[in-house]
Design a binder for this molecule. Structure first.
Ligand code: UDP
Length: 328
């Protein structure tokens, strides 16, 4: 039985990866320090003999007994609200955590895939973003702790590949959504759905003309799995190229949820990228992959998940105004 280590296992993407690798017949070792992850996302796996969980912070030395065939490094806070609340941990897990896991991969002879992000493009001046674009990042802004940790992560991964011959893969993940997103992570999809369910107005930041391109989680996991199993060592964008403005998206959510609330406008957070859309030519050509789930279907499934949350969970939401709107 092949053995895979998944860090960030209790998080949104990590937990879906655990499910996928269990379904593919792997022995899965999940690791998480549970700062932003939630055991609820993987509690269904605890009864399986082919799953084990290690409660550990990967920015400290990582020890895993036995052999490892693959490592997927998905541990990191991943929403702007988290970067502001836990900036040092965000830097450490992307930098020190990646260093530890690359060392582990070298030691075990394991292939390692790291979760990079569209955030390495910053507020992009090239649209759509190809893997060749170097980005436009504010190193000292509120998002800098995430963006720069992820840029360092890519650099150290390539250095381990070139210098130590470690077998590496780099996935640049664009906005992804689906069941198990944290309701209170401040991201636009849980924010809008939570607001609709609580009967609050939907908060659009800025004038809503900024764009995003949302990928359903099943598509994202398929792209990541294919990249891991491919021979391609350079970064690959994995995301859905279907772009929409945040204002139009808010209107879609109002229609989908049937809420009679309206849109209210709030100041645009600092360094909020004005446009984001992946060029997925590489993923299409190299991995034979492209997203299959349209936004309407994906959002319906996601809303169904949020509707299963209890009233108490729905009320636990964070309001994002403390996160440094327009503060420099
Ligand atoms: N956004 C919004 N209202 C909210 C939360 C987010 O208008 O309640 C906007 C945010 O300013 C950004 C976009 O939605 O332009 C996506 O934000 P998110 O935090 O989901 O992810 P990002 O892509 O910015 O990392």
């Amino acid at each position: 039985m092949k053995r895979v280590l998944i860090t960030g296992a209790a998080g949104f993407l990590g937990s879906h990866l655990c499910d996928r690798f269990i379904a593919e017949g792997f022995h899965v070792i999940g690791m998480d320090n549970l700062i932003t992850g939630d055991l609820k996302n993987i509690e269904h796996l605890f009864k399986l003999p082919e799953f084990e969980f290690h409660h550990h912070d990967v920015s400290k030395f990582v020890h895993v007994p036995g052999s490892l065939d693959y490592i997927l490094h998905f541990a990191s806070p991943a929403s702007p609200i988290d970067y502001l609340k836990i900036p040092i941990q965000t830097l450490k897990v992307g930098a020190l955590g990646t260093h530890n896991l690359l060392g582990l991969a070298k030691d075990k002879g394991a292939r390692i895939l790291i979760a990079s992000t569209s955030e390495i493009y910053g507020d992009p001046l090239v649209h759509p973003q190809t893997e060749e674009y170097y980005g436009n990042v504010n190193t000292i802004g509120p998002r800098g702790v995430y963006d720069e940790a992820k840029r360092f992560q890519e650099s150290i991964t390539m250095a381990y590949h070139r210098f130590h011959g470690v077998d590496t893969r780099i996935a640049r993940i664009f906005n992804t959504y689906g069941p198990r997103m944290r309701l209170n992570d401040g991201r636009v999809i849980p924010a809008f759905m939570g607001q609709a369910l609580r009967g609050e107005d939907l908060t659009v930041f800025g004038d809503g003309s900024q764009t995003r391109s949302f990928c359903y989680v099943d598509d994202e996991i398929e792209g990541i799995y294919r990249l891991l199993m491919s021979d391609y060592k350079l970064p690959v964008n994995i995301g859905n190229p279907h772009e929409i403005t945040i204002k139009d998206f808010a209107e879609e959510i109002i229609k989908l949820t049937g809420t009679d609330q309206k849109i209210v406008y709030k100041p645009l957070p600092k360094d909020d990228p004005m446009q984001r859309q992946p060029d997925i030519t590489k993923a299409r050509n190299i991995l034979g992959w492209e997203p299959k789930v349209g936004r309407e279907e994906g959002m319906r499934k996601t809303f169904k998940y949020f509707r299963t949350l209890s009233k108490e969970e729905l009320e636990k939401t964070e309001h994002r105004d403390f996160t440094g709107h327009n503060r420099s």
